[in-house]
Design a protein around this ligand. Structure first.
Ligand code: OAD
Ligand code: ZN
Length: 257
């Protein structure tokens, strides 16, 4: 129903054109059009892999190789370039409308697209830690292992428990990042969720925090989520198609106001 879609885009544009403190919250869906598979849904990763085995801290300690095989499989599939949705969000930040991006993704595509203030709730792969001796590493330290797709081994103590600083199931979120993200959500006058099923906590708490502090709520997602009822505008579609349209319209309005 293109009529209805246009109407919803118009509502989202009206909210954003007035916003001074918009916050964007993203999940795996925003990177789907960059070729990165999502976790849930028909072709989701959790249909093929057991998260307890490949993405939990207990699984990692038991068998780091299973985690690495999963990670290398993912790396092979991804082209890892930002798509028009990432660029549209960076553009809204440049226009002074978006103040922060809060992401559950570890792909760093927001930063690559030019977003400056990014809260990585689930960490990133830039740093690694040896869980046995505590030695910290940069990604570059293991670039030879990673390129050959071999699990890294601690250069200090020989342990195989070298883990990228991403949040696995059973691990807490990085405290400072989480508190920063909560503060941004409280202050938000507009809160836009893009590409998340909103089922993983505590990340999924943030839209509720924004809502209860008065933010206007916009959702851009391919499918319905468990939290659609708290949003003022819900747009079902592909982020890479919808967000650039919204940003073009906001620009047009801003030029004439
Ligand atoms: P999910 O895979 O749970 O949800 C992705 C959402 O994106 C779904 O609701 C899809 O409908 C939607 N989607 C798919 N393609 C899209 C597109 N092109 N445009 C817009 N929406 C699209 O991913 P997350 O909500 O990010 O955590 O999952 C949250 C956490 O669960 C992840 O960070 C990860 C995972 O287990 C950890 O590993 C700790
Ligand atoms: Zn070590």
């Amino acid at each position: 129903m293109p009529e209805e879609l246009n109407e919803k885009i118009k509502l989202a544009v009206e909210i954003l054109a007035k916003a001074k403190n918009a916050v964007v919250f993203t999940g795996a869906g925003i990177s789907a059009e960059s070729g990165i598979p999502t976790f849930r849904g028909e072709d989701g990763l959790w249909k093929k892999y057991d998260p307890e085995e490949v993405a939990s801290i207990h699984g990692f300690r038991r068998n780091p190789r299973a985690f690495w095989e999963f990670s290398f499989e993912l790396m092979k599939k991804t082209s890892a370039e930002p798509n028009p949705a990432h660029y549209a969000i960076a553009e809204l930040e440049k226009m002074g409308i978006v103040k922060a991006v809060i992401t559950q993704n570890i792909d760093m595509l927001h930063q690559k697209a030019g977003s400056k203030k990014v809260y990585e709730l689930h960490g990133s792969t830039e740093k690694l830690d040896c869980l046995d001796c505590g030695k910290e590493y940069d990604r570059e330290d293991f670039i030879d292992f990673l390129q050959k797709m071999e699990p890294p081994q601690c250069k200090f103590c020989g342990s195989m428990l070298v883990k990228p600083r991403v949040v696995l199931f059973g691990e807490p979120l990085p405290t400072k990042v989480l508190y920063g993200a909560i503060e941004e959500s409280r202050r938000a006058d507009a809160f836009i969720v893009v590409g998340s099923s909103l089922v993983v906590y505590p990340a999924a708490e943030l839209p509720y925090i924004a809502k209860s502090n008065g933010a206007k709520m916009i959702m851009v997602n391919y499918e319905p989520t468990v939290a659609d009822h708290i949003f003022d505008v819900v747009i079902y579609g592909k982020a890479g198609q919808i967000l650039p349209r919204i940003v073009e319209e906001v620009k047009r309005i801003k030029r004439f106001s």
